[in-house]
Design a protein around this ligand. Structure first.
Ligand SMILES: [Zn+2]
Ligand SMILES: [Zn+2]
Length: 277
């Protein structure tokens, strides 16, 4: 009974299905001790041009209400009211004004943005052409720059989500990644932030979890705690492939996965306990 899933979505994301209640019920059926709802923080209209990347501003109160209601209905499981935050160029003030209600803050870079206000969703199949225009190495370089900028910002991220997301559509780094991975690990360690093994990559064109084994090893070597997330966008994906995630953690050198709590604690849970959950 010690399992947990720290990264889930609902229909309120505008690109998922299922309600908060259904996600919590799915986690409870799996015997989990905790589940975090981590809906996407609303984006400004000029960034979310298709109105499907994130929760709408006027849905936030529904989200908060639904999480509180599910918590009351399921006292046997800890229900964490989280949020997944898109880091964008210059978004620090925008984000800081909106995160007060949330108990767990995931940090993500889903789009390349710049000071001129341009944005490109590199992980979206409809915009895959941008990879050919820019070149794989340049995209990774720019991603790293934004990822490091997020960690240097005043936003109190608890977990950096899907750390090597740019590989999602299959564009893995073709260069020697030791420097990239070392830089990422050092930055996240100095922020005191966690990372996650995110199993959703198994269901994407890349066909592997985030992060890559060598990146996870770099995080482990740097002493960065690691949590577990399915990034479920349908309730049936809650906790999906966590046995494979635990095997990845073990092979990177981890003996525990870390379960965040509503009040900001971090509880190390031995991998043996999770494998039997
Ligand atoms: Zn994400
Ligand atoms: Zn997500």
């Amino acid at each position: 009974m010690s399992g947990f899933d720290c990264h889930t979505h609902t229909y309120l994301s505008n690109h998922g299905t299922g309600t908060v209640e259904e996600v919590v019920a799915a986690a409870e059926r799996l015997g989990m001790q905790a589940v975090a709802l981590t809906e996407h923080l609303p984006l400004p209209a000029e960034v979310d041009r298709d109105s499907c990347f994130a929760m709408r501003e006027d849905d936030v109160s529904t989200y908060l209400h639904d999480v509180a209601e599910a918590r009351d209905a399921h006292p046997g499981i800890e229900v964490i009211c989280g949020v997944e935050i898109d880091w964008r160029w210059g978004a620090e003030d925008y984000i800081l004004k909106r995160i007060a209600p949330f108990e767990l803050r995931l940090g993500s870079v889903h789009m390349l943005t710049d000071e001129a206000g341009n944005s490109w969703e590199f992980d979206h199949p409809d915009y895959v052409g941008g990879w050919y225009e820019r070149g794989v190495e340049k995209v990774w370089e720019r991603y790293l720059e934004l990822w490091l900028q997020a960690l240097r910002s005043a936003v109190p991220f608890d977990v950096m989500a899907h750390a090597d997301l740019p590989k999602k559509l299959g564009f893995k780094p073709q260069f020697d990644t030791r420097e990239l991975y070392g830089t990422m690990a050092a930055a996240v360690a100095s922020k005191g932030c966690m990372v996650e093994v995110n199993t959703s990559g198994l269901r994407k064109p890349v066909g592997e979890m985030y992060p890559a084994p060598a990146l996870l090893k770099a995080f482990c070597d740097a002493g960065v705690p690691c949590t577990l997330g399915s990034d479920a966008h349908v309730p049936s994906d809650v906790g999906r492939d966590f046995d494979i995630a635990c095997a990845l953690l073990r092979s990177a050198g981890y003996t525990h996965a870390t379960r965040p709590t509503r009040d900001g604690d971090r509880v190390p849970v031995p991998l043996e306990e999770l494998a039997s959950a």
